[in-house]
Design a protein around this ligand. Structure first.
Ligand code: FAD
Length: 620
C-alpha cells in the first residue's frame, strides 16, 4: 500500500531541469494545479554543461518562450554576465542573441521564479513509477512510497534515464556528474513498451581560473549595447565580464591522437550516438585532421567563482591525458583541472511516438519533454517544456490543443521535426531548419506569439500592457512610413539611384533598399521624426524582408508540388556547392528515391531540398 501524500493535481511535472521548470510554469500560467517533482530542490535551473543560454537558432527559441511569458529569457537576463548578438553583421533573420550566465545567479533566479508560481507545489523526491489509473488519471510513485495523483503527467528526466558517465576507461552510473541516475524509473518505463534508444553527449574539463595566465590571452568583451532576451528587460543586471580566447595546437592534437584508444568514445565503450554539431575534441582532431588549431573560449562560470568552462574541448579521454593536452595551450601551461571532462550515455524515447502536443500516442495525457525526446540543449528542452506544460494543462481542463505551426515559430519547426522525422543524433536547433526563417526572426517573436498567449490567458498584465502599447506604436509608425513618399530627385540627394521618371516611393518601401536607413530618410522628411528609435529599428528589420516574403512563399509552394519528383539512384550529391558535407554523406547513405523521402532525412533543410531540386531540373 502506498501512503498517499499529494493529491488532486491537474498536472504533475517530473524533473526540475530546463524542460521541467518551463513545463511547470506554463501549466501554472494556464491555471492548472501543478506539482513539480524533482530529485533535489537545488535542481531548479541547473546548467549541466555550458554556462550560456541562446546562440544561433537557440536564441530564437528563447525569445519565443519569452513571447509566451515563459521563464528562460527573463532568468537569463538576470544572470547574464556577457551578452553578444551572434551574426551581428549578417541579416536580422539569422542573428542569435546569446548570453553567458553566472551559474549560481541563474539557479537562484530560476528557483525564485518557480517558487513564486501560483498553484505550484514543489515536491522533492525520486519518481520510481508512473501508473495510469484510468482515463486522464495517473499515479506518480516516489521512492519513499508516497505518491502524487494528477490528470496528466509531463516527464522531463533529461540525461538521467540509465545515465552512464565515461571518463577514459572508467565508467559509472550517474544522471550527470554528482547526481544519481534514474534507473528504477527507466526499468518501469519499459512496461510502457516505448521505442527507447541510446544517445550520448559530453562536457569539457572545468579549469581553475586562478591558474590561468589571463594576461597572455586575447580577451573578448560582450557587446557595447547588450541585446537582452526578454521583451520586458532593458539592460543587464549583473556585472559584465570578458572571456579569454586560446587555441589548440599541433602539440595538443598529437597528445589526443596518441591516446585516442583510451577515449571512451573512440575506444568503443559507448554505443550511443553523439551530437555532430557539438563534437568532442577527439572528434575534431580526427574529423578535421587538416586543421592545426581549434579556437577555445575560456568562459568564467560566475562572478564569484574561480571555475572556468573551456568551450570547445569536450572530451571522454582519461583524466591524466586531459591534464596533458590542456596544458599545451597558451595561457593554460600551469592550469589545474577542477573537474574532469566526461561523456554521458542515456536512454531517450523516439519522439515519433508523440503527437504534436508531446503526449504519447499510446497513452494520452502522458507527456514527454526535453532531452528525453532526443534533443540536446537547454533552449530546446525549455521550448518543449513550454509546449508540453501548456498542453498538459489544456488536456486536464478539457481545453483545445495549444498548437505551434512551422510557419509561425521555431518551436513549431522543432516539434514537427521531432514527431514526424524523429532523430538519428541529438537534435539541436538551427535557423536552416526553418523554411520561413525570414519571418521567424528573434526580433519579432512577440508579434508572432504574444497574441496567442494573450488569448490563452497565460501572460502577466505587465507583458500584456507593454505588448499592446508597442503594437499601437508599430501600427502608427507603419502608417506614417507608408504615407511618407519621396520623389526620385529627393532620393538621389541621399545617394540612392532610381529611375528618374519612376514613381514616388514610400519610406516603408525604401527601407528594403540595402543602404537606406530611417535616420537618412528622416533628414528629408520631418514627419518621420515622430517615430521612436526602437520602433524605427524594428520596422527597418521588417521592411528589409518585405520584398522577399512573396518569393519565399512561392519557393515553398514549388517545393511542395515537386515532392514526388524521382531522384535517380546515381544522383551525385558529392561536391554540390551549398550542400553541407554532413547532408551529402547522409544522402549518399540513404539514397532517397524521391524529394519527399529526402525531406524526411534528419537534418535536411528546405534550402538543401531546393538545391537538389534545382540540380534535378538542370539534368532534365
Ligand atoms: P535536465 O536539465 O537534465 O533535467 C532533468 C531533471 O530531472 C533534473 O532536475 C533531475 O534531477 C530530474 N530527474 C531525473 N530523474 C528523476 C526522477 N526519477 N525523479 C525526480 N526527478 C528526476 N547541451 C548542449 O546544448 N550542448 C552541450 O554541449 C551539452 N553537453 C552536455 C554535457 C553533459 C555531460 C550533460 C549532462 C548535458 C549536456 N547538454 C548539452 C545538455 C543539456 O544539459 C540538456 O540538453 C538540458 O539540460 C536538458 O534539459 P532537460 O530539462 O531535458 O533535462
Amino acid at each position: 500500500m502506498f501512503h498517499v501524500k499529494h493529491g488532486g493535481f491537474d498536472v504533475v511535472v517530473i524533473g526540475g531541469g530546463h524542460a521541467g521548470t518551463e513545463a511547470a510554469a506554463a501549466a501554472s500560467r494556464m491555471g492548472a494545479r501543478t506539482a513539480l517533482v524533482t530529485f533535489q530542490k537545488d535542481d531548479l535551473g541547473v546548467m549541466s554543461c555550458n554556462p550560456a543560454i541562446g546562440g544561433l537558432g537557440k536564441g530564437h527559441l528563447v525569445r519565443e518562450i519569452d513571447a509566451m511569458d515563459g521563464l528562460m529569457g527573463r532568468v537569463a537576463d538576470r544572470a547574464g554576465i556577457q551578452f553578444r548578438l551572434l551574426n551581428r553583421r549578417k541579416g536580422p533573420a539569422v542573428q542569435g542573441p546569446r548570453a553567458q550566465a553566472d551559474r549560481r545567479l541563474y539557479r537562484a533566479a530560476m528557483s525564485e521564479e518557480v517558487l513564486a508560481l501560483p498553484g505550484l507545489a514543489v515536491v522533492v523526491g525520486e519518481v520510481v513509477d508512473i501508473v495510469p489509473a484510468g482515463q486522464l488519471s495517473f499515479r506518480v510513485i516516489l521512492a519513499d512510497g508516497s505518491e502524487v495523483a494528477a490528470r496528466t503527467v509531463v516527464l522531463t528526466t533529461g540525461t538521467f534515464l540509465r545515465g552512464t558517465v565515461h571518463i577514459g576507461d572508467r565508467s559509472f552510473t550517474a544522471g550527470r556528474m554528482g547526481a544519481q541516475p534514474s534507473n528504477r524509473l527507466a526499468d518501469r518505463l519499459r512496461g510502457f513498451d516505448l521505442p527507447f534508444g541510446r544517445l550520448k553527449t559530453g562536457t569539457p574539463p572545468r579549469l581553475d581560473g586562478r591558474t590561468i595566465a589571463w594576461d597572455q590571452l586575447e580577451m573578448q568583451p560582450g557587446d557595447d549595447e547588450p541585446v537582452m532576451f526578454s521583451f520586458l528587460s532593458k539592460a543587464p543586471v549583473a556585472r559584465q565580464i570578458s572571456c579569454g580566447i586560446t587555441h589548440t595546437n599541433p602539440a595538443t592534437h598529437e597528445i589526443i591522437e596518441e591516446n585516442l584508444a583510451r577515449s571512451a568514445m573512440y575506444g568503443g565503450r559507448i554505443a550511443g550516438v553523439g551530437p555532430r554539431y557539438c563534437p568532442s575534441i577527439e572528434d575534431k582532431v580526427v574529423r578535421f585532421a587538416d586543421k592545426n588549431a581549434h579556437q577555445v573560449f575560456l568562459e568564467p562560470e560566475g562572478l564569484d567563482d574561480h571555475t572556468v568552462y573551456p568551450n570547445g574541448i569536450s572530451t571522454s579521454l582519461p583524466e591524466d591525458v586531459q591534464v596533458r593536452y590542456v596544458r599545451t595551450m597558451k595561457g593554460l601551461e600551469r592550469v589545474d583541472i577542477l573537474q574532469p571532462g566526461y561523456a554521458i550515455e542515456y536512454d531517450y524515447v523516439d519522439p515519433r511516438s508523440l503527437d504534436s502536443r508531446l503526449s504519447l500516442m499510446s497513452c494520452p495525457g502522458f507527456f514527454l519533454a526535453g532531452q528525453i525526446n532526443g534533443t540536446t540543449g537547454y533552449e530546446e528542452a525549455a521550448a518543449q517544456g513550454l509546449v508540453a506544460g501548456l498542453n498538459a494543462a489544456a488536456m486536464a481542463a478539457d481545453r483545445d490543443q495549444v498548437a505551434f505551426s512551422r510557419a509561425e515559430s521555431y518551436i513549431g519547426v522543432m516539434i514537427d521535426d521531432l514527431v514526424t522525422r524523429g532523430v538519428t543524433e541529438p537534435y539541436r536547433m538551427f535557423t536552416s531548419r526553418a523554411e520561413f526563417r525570414l519571418t521567424l526572426r528573434a526580433d519579432n517573436a512577440d508579434q508572432r506569439l504574444t497574441p496567442m498567449a494573450i488569448d490563452l490567458g497565460v501572460v502577466s498584465d505587465r507583458r500584456r500592457t507593454a505588448f499592446e502599447e508597442k503594437m499601437e506604436k508599430l501600427n502608427a509608425a507603419r502608417v506614417v512610413l507608408r504615407e511618407t513618399r519621396f520623389s526620385p530627385s529627393e532620393l538621389s540627394a541621399l545617394g540612392v539611384e532610381v529611375n528618374k521618371d519612376g514613381p514616388r516611393r514610400s519610406a516603408y518601401e525604401l527601407l528594403s533598399f540595402p543602404d537606406v536607413t530611417l535616420p537618412a530618410l528622416t533628414s528629408l522628411a520631418a514627419s518621420l521624426d515622430q517615430i521612436e528609435p526602437v520602433i524605427g529599428e524594428q520596422l527597418e528589420r521588417e521592411a528589409l524582408y518585405a520584398n522577399y516574403l512573396d518569393r519565399q512563399a512561392q519557393d515553398i509552394d514549388a517545393l511542395r508540388r515537386e515532392e514526388r519528383t524521382v531522384i535517380p539512384r546515381d544522383f551525385d550529391y558529392l561536391g554540390m556547392s551549398g550542400l553541407s558535407k554532413e547532408l551529402q554523406s547522409k544522402l549518399v547513405f540513404h539514397k532517397p528515391e524521391t524529394l519527399a523521402q529526402a525531406g524526411k532525412i534528419d537534418g535536411m533543410t528546405p534550402a538543401a531540398l531546393a538545391l537538389i531540386l534545382a540540380k534535378l531540373r538542370q539534368s532534365r
